[in-house]
Design a protein. Sequence first.
Length: 290
Amino acid sequence: LKLWGKNGTDPIGVIRFNEAIDEALTEAVDQFTLTTEHYRDQTLGMLGHDLRNPLTAIVMGATTLMSAEELSDQSVGIAARMLRGANRMARMIADLLDLTRTRFGDAIPIVPAPIDLEPVSRQVIAELEGQHPGGSIVLTCKGDLHGEWDNDRLAQVLSNLIRNAIQHGEANKPIEVVANGSAEDVVVLTIQNAGPPIPEQALVTIFEPMVRHTDNKQNTGLGLGLYIVSQVVIAHGGTVQVTSFDPEGTTFTVRLPRHAKAAAAQVGGGSSNPGRDDPAVAETAPSPAA
């Protein structure tokens, strides 16, 4: 650069030199970021895998203690808290393993089979009603709710979305869950909760992993719940969308094709995002990366 400055005959060469340096720095930063994310995801995967066996031992021990007749009520209560904590840890580990699987390019595995979505929804709601004591969780079923889906994975989708509504919605207002099978080729699930709308800047990354969108102290998870929801829905060939307005509240809408296996084969063709221009709407849908 000093020589170029002395000669003053090649200003275009200086520009090209600066552009080359910028490109080299950008490439170096990108490569460092990719390497760092790779090793982080690899470490999380190994950690989650290795923690499962000792955690299983804790769950079995706590379950055995709860059924022991010689224990006092206080001891049984302690064992019950241990079991609840261990189950919560098990969910976190399962989410970590799902995260690492998707970050390494694999879709979340599903095993589609003929199921009825109504009993699945009722079971999930029955398990979560105790976590929403100030309000109720209201289920409305319409039309034919039969299809070929992964039972456990859809229960995970419903559980994560309802938990999200409990954590971020108003405590004394009902959560409305609607399963609509009126259409011939798709079933639509909506989970709606009252409360302040999601901030516009949070909607942009709402389905990204390990992103906390509020400072809610009740949120003890890893920030993976909505990410797992989006990946499970994508694996079924469906879409998930969120709208958030005042005073309507927040609504998550999941659209599931009735035959997940056939729909999953079409994943990769890309899709449009009808909510992209609306700051109150965010959507995730099948994409080449999925």
